[in-house]
Design a binder for this molecule. Structure first.
Ligand SMILES: [Zn+2]
Length: 232
């Protein structure tokens, strides 16, 4: 019933995790850590191609996500396949996440920061909120889901949460050696970023990650808001 992985990345859409955390994911994989991706929506509305159908787009985006994950060294990719732009903070969605946390028993969970104040994709806000709630108290509490317990999903205490896209980043991760893999993983999402990440975009990304590493003794960083759980 359990397939332990040290790190679980919960991404609202295919490609968000690559923007937010792919450099760190590649480094963690290099270090021998097991990583699982949970992809909440099928991304079936994120296009400006008027000839594209939602079903075809969802199929393409799943393939692109699998390619990116393979490149980064992610062990498992779980697709929840909720329709794009339709995530809600429901008991059902929360339970899906709790079940996966109990199945994979991650030490660290990485997802989108739900607390950006103004413009922020609703799916990102909902995902972040539901994941935080799922971690505490629902994944932890013995009596939260008697049916999951009966199926063998024991309670689990996550130790650390890293939130990308935060307005209050307080934790940096060194991606100097894995930046090129991050760019290559983003290139896998051709339906989102065009057939290639253009030199301009690569340069923009490099400058951005350089700024995020300004206080560090290395060149390129991804930044997160970090929550450490004290395991009450
Ligand atoms: Zn997104």
């Amino acid at each position: 019933m359990t397939k332990p992985a040290q790190i679980m990345v919960v991404t609202p859409h295919p490609d968000d995790a690559e923007w937010g955390v792919a450099g760190s994911v590649a480094r963690w994989a290099d270090e021998g850590k097991d990583i699982v991706y949970v992809v909440c929506t099928n991304g079936d509305k994120g296009t400006s191609d008027t000839y594209m159908t939602p079903d075809e787009l969802a199929r393409i985006r799943e393939q692109e996500q699998l390619e990116a994950a393979r490149l980064l060294g992610v062990r498992d990719v779980i697709f929840l396949r909720h329709p794009d732009q339709c995530l809600e903070d429901t008991p059902e969605f929360r339970k899906e996440i709790v079940r996966l946390i109990r199945m994979y028993q991650p030490r660290t969970v990485v997802t989108a920061d739900p607390y950006r104040r103004y413009i922020w994709h609703r799916d990102h806000r909902i995902t972040g909120q539901v994941v935080l709630d799922a971690i505490f108290p629902y994944a932890r509490d013995f009596l939260a889901y008697p049916d999951l317990l009966q199926q063998g999903f024991q309670p689990h205490k996550v130790k650390e949460v890293l939130l990308w896209g935060s307005e209050e980043p307080d934790y940096r991760s060194n991606i100097t050696d894995t930046f090129a893999i991050k760019v290559a993983a983003l290139r896998c999402h051709a339906s989102q970023v065009g057939d290639s990440v253009s030199p301009e975009l690569e340069d923009y990304l490099r400058q951005r990650h350089k700024r995020l590493a300004a206080e560090e003794d290395y060149e390129l960083a991804e930044a997160f808001h970090r929550v450490v759980l004290d395991n009450r």
